[in-house]
Design a protein around this ligand. Structure first.
Ligand code: NAD
Ligand code: UDP
Length: 323
């Protein structure tokens, strides 16, 4: 007798990724394609690059729409939207702060309108910046934050807070199927070499033999998450069918001072002759940041797996190829 094995393939989904040519977006597009989905990337290439998505352009399941999310758009037959479009590095979101607010507010409302019309589930890439300069440590999702509404980071922090408000209101009043993740500092390949955030700055500086620029005294802390861990958490959150909409923290609880990060990068690039130099601390720079990830563990069965050294080694290999 021949035993027949029935293999149940999940239905192919059509998934829109805004900001898909950026650092995180490009990893997400790759993962969603590997899972067998059709992926549509929307990007205006403000901080994203064609290089990040060039491998997908020949894939028949991938398509690109060059578009600014602050303009309305309709895409038919969508199952899911991951909404990532927004510059994430302080250097870039502060270049044109009014545009950053417009992207976070008008762009997010446009994507929620699209989700409503298309009947698609939509996930917001929110941020640990909603906690501002936190008075509670570590930060869990019930903490409302300590944010300056009129500072140089407000275009991003307050923009992202309003975006969360819009998500919850479209859910409560409009019945939109939402998910909200709060992402903590994430790093990895595909970061732009001039991105301006600390991990890419330090690696590029160390590879070029230039001094590593610590802003302030180096005692400020961050918790650094490798991008593969984040992508796994985002896909789990989008796919969960247990009614959990978030917000949920996605981050690595391993907390390091910026000085420790600089020393680690120098140690992992043994040929580097770089020293450390100190620069003025930018206004409103949060002093410390560490996620409480109990909720993600309980609701999603998720926790990060990649330790800092291992993630940095992979990121250094990437920058060796492009610097
Ligand atoms: P990134 O700057 O590399 O990517 C952002 C992408 O959005 C780019 O491709 C950019 O061109 C695109 N974009 C910006 N404004 C747009 C607009 N108006 N219309 C269309 N496209 C636009 O940044 P990233 O690190 O990949 O971050 C992606 C998302 O994740 C952002 O929403 C960011 O706020 C969020 N996030 C990232 C981190 C992190 O540590 N990387 C932490 C918290 C939250
Ligand atoms: N930082 C630094 N040197 C740099 C870039 C950043 O010391 O070249 C510091 C920055 O002041 C902050 C931390 O590193 O305290 C993280 O900065 P990043 O821009 O990566 O992320 P965010 O401040 O948005 O968490």
């Amino acid at each position: 007798m021949v035993l027949k094995t029935l293999v149940f393939m999940p239905k192919q989904k059509t998934i829109l990724v805004t900001g898909g040519a950026g650092f995180i977006g490009s990893h997400l597009c790759k993962k969603l394609l590997e899972l067998g989905n059709k992926v549509i990337c929307i990007d205006n290439f403000f901080t994203g690059s064609r290089e990040n998505i060039k491998d997908f352009l020949k894939n028949p399941n991938f398509s690109l729409i060059e578009h600014d999310v602050t303009e309305p758009i309709f895409v038919a037959s969508l199952d899911q939207i991951y909404h990532l479009a927004c510059p994430a590095s302080p250097v870039h979101y502060q270049l044109n702060p009014i545009e950053t607010v417009r992207t976070n507010v008008i762009g997010t409302a446009n994507m929620l309108d699209l989700a409503k019309r298309a009947g698609a589930r939509i996930l917001q890439a929110s941020t640990s910046e909603v906690y501002g300069n936190p008075l509670e440590h570590p930060q869990n999702e019930s903490y409302w934050g300590n944010v300056n509404p009129i500072g140089i980071r407000s275009c991003y922090d307050e923009g992202k807070r309003v975006a969360e408000t819009l998500f919850l209101d479209y859910h409560r009043k409009g019945g939109v199927d939402i998910r909200v993740v709060r992402i903590f500092n994430t790093y990895g390949p595909n970061m732009h070499k001039n991105d301006g955030r600390v991990v890419s700055n330090f690696i590029v500086q160390a590879l070029k033999g230039e001094p590593l620029t610590i802003y302030g005294s180096g005692i400020h802390s961050r918790s650094f998450q490798y991008v593969d861990d984040l992508i796994e958490g985002m896909v789990k959150m989008m796919g969960n069918e247990n009614g959990f909409i978030g917000p949920v923290n996605l981050g690595n609880p391993g907390e390091f001072t910026i000085r420790e990060l600089a020393e680690t990068v120098i140690r992992l690039i043994p040929e580097s002759k770089s020293k450390i130099t100190y620069r003025k601390l930018p206004d409103d720079d949060p002093e410390r940041r560490r996620p409480d990830i109990s909720l993600a563990k309980t609701k999603l069965g998720w926790e990060p797996k990649v330790p800092l050294d291992e993630g940095l080694k992979k990121t250094i290999e990437y920058f060796r190829r492009i610097v």
